[in-house]
Design a protein around this ligand. Structure first.
Ligand code: ARG
Length: 457
């Protein structure tokens, strides 16, 4: 079987065949293509467009091909261009000319749109499952580190003390929004395009709802021209993937920084690190670096897809074939990154002592000391100025601002009483008891809420 050259007198030039073939990568759509074709054949038979016997032969043939593909026994042929023609070609070998009836009331344009939608629906389910696993790992570590205090940073300068659990739960929030974006994307992917034909719809008495039901779609597309040329569900997956990778890259960046001797806040399990070919002492966080690095290629696929679409007139254009490799790579990259980070986080050891030590230098209580003055009636801006001077003095003495004597404090403001010395890292953390704050009580609530959400409650 040759790919549809009815009006063409010459065989395709070799260079054109090589240039246009997509079988090298769109073979990945095979299971979806077979599933879609089976549903289509059943519907054709049900509607009397083909006979029940023809329907049965086609379905059995397709099932046999499905088994060949699953067993790795299928021969993919470049001269048959893409996965759709490859499968139809094999069907003809298996069941003869009746195979030619499968493509009744169908075009590769609605067929490939269907396959891509089935693929993305599956991908979304897999990605959400993996996001969930990473969330479980993050919550597990937050649970273990409810008491661990570290410096919170702005500008990568020590700012105010926070609980490690609070820091980790920030990532949980990001991952939850990521999952929400994929769930949202599913709504618009879950639309069945078959029946759109090449572009204008079909003159046959199709039962599109039947096909949708067979394939687990909740609705059918409303406009045939849109249905064969729209790929925004792919762009939406890639956008959600890009945002998720951006979050994973930030997490990765912190793992890298925190693994350095300069921080020493975290130690990845040996099984999740790599060595060096020359420096025997090395224990490198390569997985986190690769997660950070791979983020770029996922963004690249998003930009490629947006650019691919931006100049396309209605309806199908062959450019659309270029949507697939980027999509496949996006799914693989995101899912693999989620997998490896989930395990790395779950097995990592956080260095509570080191974190506590880091929190006790860097004048982390300066804001709390200013707030103390505010409670004594000093306007905040004035308090800020007073404590700034105290910090300067502490620096000159080689001390932390919290180590200055009460006399030192009082030299800058008479409002200071002995109780100012009661301000500690623990009291600073505990004071931030607003909803969303780092106080142990607030974090305990957030953690309980997170666990409930993960249990699906
Ligand atoms: N391989 C093609 C693609 O990915 C399938 C659709 C081909 N349709 C066509 N009219 N040439 O888009």
């Amino acid at each position: 079987m040759k790919a549809s050259r009815s009006r063409l007198d010459k065989p395709m030039a070799k260079v054109v065949q090589q240039y246009t073939a997509s079988i090298a990568y769109d073979r990945r759509l095979a299971p979806y293509d077979i599933q879609g074709s089976i549903a289509h054949a059943r519907m054709l038979a049900k509607q009397g467009i083909i006979s029940p016997a023809e329907g049965t032969r086609i379905v059995e043939g397709l099932e046999a091909i499905g088994k060949e593909i699953a067993a790795g026994k299928f021969t993919y042929r470049e001269e048959l261009e893409d996965i759709h023609i490859n499968i139809e070609g094999r069907l003809k070998e298996l069941i003869g000319d009746v195979a030619g009836k499968l493509h009744t009331a169908r075009s590769r344009n609605d067929q490939v749109a269907l396959d891509a939608r089935l693929f993305v629906k599956d991908a979304i389910a897999q990605t959400i499952g993996r996001l969930y696993k990473l969330q479980v790992a993050v919550v597990g570590q937050a649970e273990k580190n409810k008491k661990t205090i570290l410096p919170g940073y702005t500008h990568l300068q020590r700012g105010q003390p926070v609980l490690l659990a609070h820091h980790l739960l920030a990532y949980l929030e990001m991952l939850q929004r990521d999952a929400g974006r994929f769930i949202d994307c599913l709504k618009r992917t879950d639309v069945m395009p078959l029946g759109s034909g090449a572009l204008a719809g079909s003159p046959y008495p199709l039962d599109r709802d039947f096909v949708a039901k067979e394939l687990g779609f909740s609705k059918v597309s409303a406009n045939s021209m849109d249905a064969v040329s729209d790929r925004d569900f792919i762009i939406e997956y890639e956008s959600a993937a890009s945002i998720a990778m951006m979050h994973l890259s930030r997490l990765a960046e912190e793992l890298i920084l925190w693994s350095s001797a300069e921080f020493s806040f975290v130690e990845l399990d040996d099984a999740y690190t790599t060595g060096s070919s020359i420096m025997p002492q090395k224990k490198n966080p390569d997985i986190a670096e690769l997660a950070r690095g791979k983020t770029g290629r996922v963004y690249g696929h998003l930009v490629a897809a947006l650019t691919l679409m931006k100049g396309l007139p209605l309806t199908y254009n062959r450019d659309l074939q270029e949507d697939k490799e980027g999509l496949f790579d996006t799914v693989d990259t995101l899912n693999a990154t989620l997998d490896v980070l989930a395990e790395a986080i779950a097995t990592a050891t956080f260095n509570a002592k080191r974190m506590r030590q880091a929190a006790s230098t860097g004048h982390l209580l300066a804001t709390d000391i200013a707030d103390y003055l505010v409670r004594k009636g000093v306007p905040f801006r004035e308090a800020h100025g007073i404590v700034g001077k105290l910090v300067q003095k502490a620096i000159a003495k080689g001390q932390d601002v919290s180590e200055l004597s009460l006399a030192d404090y009082q030299r800058h403001s008479k409002k200071f009483g002995p109780d100012v010395k009661k301000i500690t890292i623990e009291s600073s953390v505990a004071a931030r008891a607003v909803v969303g704050g780092t106080a142990p009580a607030s974090v305990a609530k957030a953690l309980a809420e997170a666990k409930r959400a993960l249990r699906g409650e």
